[in-house]
Write a protein of this length. Structure first.
Length: 497
């Protein structure tokens, strides 16, 4: 088994179909196959071999997928880091077993801040891809289905960095789940910022336009370029984080513009509140809007088609139930357990039932759930077994209602999505953040908000907000430009705990 065979299959079935678009460059399946073959042979000549671990420092681009599939075809293992955390990860991670680096000039230069990476002999700049012309057939190494397909180095923002390993079989299963969830049409043209979903598009034969965004900070992307892409490339579906979609909707609302030809919008990777959903409906009036909930270790876990939200769902949101994540999908089991337990270990079915609670930490198991981390680092805190069946602890607080729909309350450390979701359901309130410090619940708003404190406290009658603070801009993560960076926020507010 080798996922590189997917490209070979599609090249035979649809050689002249456009596969990927990046700015003015368009590449068919036949062209992608040739470039992968050329690069694969080049990498092998440079000394990369089966089982080597190759650190990939390539941003979202056509070259990213040429690199990924070329590495797979050799039987080597591509290793990735979050684009927004390149420097942070290079400093924090050990990279004990990395054999080579493939990247763009800037990131290869960055890699020198890590002593082990600095000593590597094989460092390949993706610029070489444009110069290759070997005219050789693509050779694909046969692999065991459990052979590692991707290693992902986490940012370590919530503790010691961990390494997530996903096998070729795992990635294939994940692709099948996404295919069932997203329901592709062969004529779809998708604008995407999310690498794993773009990989799924390549595998099923969907044309993908790589969003002309700022991948080190998606919230600072150029709205005019993005809107022009959507119009010029006749894009009918979008797969993007709320942060990037906000860039598009803000500009369209300001210009009183609608993108009527878009018929599907998928978003996830952060909180999606009701006032933003109304903005999406305004800008994309003919689109089916779907939110996806998941994590690096389990994607997807839940989906919500906004059309299926009931009046009761909206009222429950206003009354403090949280964010509706929707139907549980993809995972074999999803439960909520008591919080505050550092390690769970191997437990019986009865002990597991005793851990379960109405509102608690979301835990999942299934074929699309990573069962452990490389070297076991993080396993004790993030994994546990029920009669030998491994579960993943998401670190998110949630609730499963009587219709088996999942509701989110936020991270266990910041479990206040119920307040934020209610505010966003009642007001158009802009960016918000809520946390607890020194036994006080503090709501943070941006200064351009003109909603009065009395009005807010009156509407939130299910929880006491002790303080409301205002700052110019609430800091968010660089990966999706969506999740609040609470450490940075507390630094800005000079809050000591």
């Amino acid at each position: 088994m080798n996922l590189a065979y997917k490209l070979l299959d599609n090249c035979k079935k649809m050689p002249d179909k456009i596969c990927l678009v990046e700015n003015v460059q368009k590449i068919t399946y036949k062209d992608l196959y040739k470039k992968v073959s050329d690069f694969r042979n080049y990498l092998e000549d440079k000394g990369i071999k089966k089982d080597d671990k190759v650190l990939v420092l390539v941003p979202m681009s056509i070259n990213l997928y040429i690199t990924l599939i070329a590495i797979w075809s050799i039987g080597a293992v591509p290793c990735f880091m979050d684009a927004g955390f390149i420097k942070n990860n290079l400093k924090k991670n050990d990279f004990e077993n990395i054999n080579a680096i493939i990247g763009i000039s800037k990131y290869i230069l960055y890699s020198n801040i890590n002593k082990k990476l600095r000593k590597l002999k094989i460092k390949i700049n993706t610029k070489v891809i444009e110069k290759l012309n070997s005219n050789k057939e693509l050779k694909i190494e046969e692999l065991d289905e459990e052979h590692t397909g991707i290693l992902t180095y986490t940012s370590g923002t919530t503790g010691k960095p961990k390494i997530v390993a996903r096998s070729h079989k795992f990635l294939e299963n994940q692709g099948k789940i996404l295919e069932e969830t997203i329901k592709y049409d062969e004529n779809d043209v998708e604008l995407s910022t999310i690498p794993i979903f773009t990989l799924s598009n390549i595998n099923v034969g969907i044309e993908t336009v790589i969003a002309n965004g700022n991948y080190s900070n998606l919230g600072n992307s150029d709205s005019d370029k993005l809107i022009k892409q959507i119009e010029d490339e006749k894009i009918n579906r979008l797969m993007a984080s709320p942060g990037l979609l906000k860039v598009i909707t803000d500009k369209c609302i300001k210009d009183e513009k609608q993108l009527e030809h878009v018929n599907k919008v998928f978003t996830g990777g952060g909180a999606v509140f009701l006032d933003f959903i109304e903005e999406l409906k305004n800008v994309f009036p003919n689109a089916q809007i779907v939110t996806l909930y998941g994590s690096t270790e389990a994607e997807p876990i839940a989906e919500l088609n906004i059309e299926n939200m009931t009046t009761k769902d909206i009222e429950d949101t206003k009354n403090g139930k949280g964010i509706l994540a929707g139907d549980i999908i993809g995972v074999a089991d999803c439960k909520t357990i008591k919080t505050g337990i550092k390690e769970i270990g191997n437990i019986s079915e009865e002990e597991f039932k005793n851990l379960q609670t109405e509102i608690g930490e979301i835990v999942v198991t299934g074929e699309n759930v990573v069962k452990g981390y490389v070297g076991g680092i993080g396993d004790a805190e993030n994994k546990f077994s029920v009669n030998g069946i491994k579960y993943h602890r998401t670190g998110d607080l949630g609730y499963i209602d009587e219709n088996n729909k999942l509701w989110l309350r936020g991270r266990i450390k910041e479990p206040f999505f119920n307040i934020e979701a209610a505010l966003h359901a009642k007001f158009k309130i802009g960016k918000t953040a809520i946390f607890k410090a020194n036994n006080k619940i503090i709501l943070v708003l941006e200064k351009n908000n003109d909603i009065s404190e009395d009005e807010i406290k009156k509407e939130i009658d299910f929880e006491t907000i002790d303080e409301i603070k205002y700052i110019d801009k609430i800091p968010v993560d660089k990966r999706h430009s969506t999740k609040v960076d609470y450490n940075e926020l507390k630094n800005i507010l000079k809050i000591m705990e």
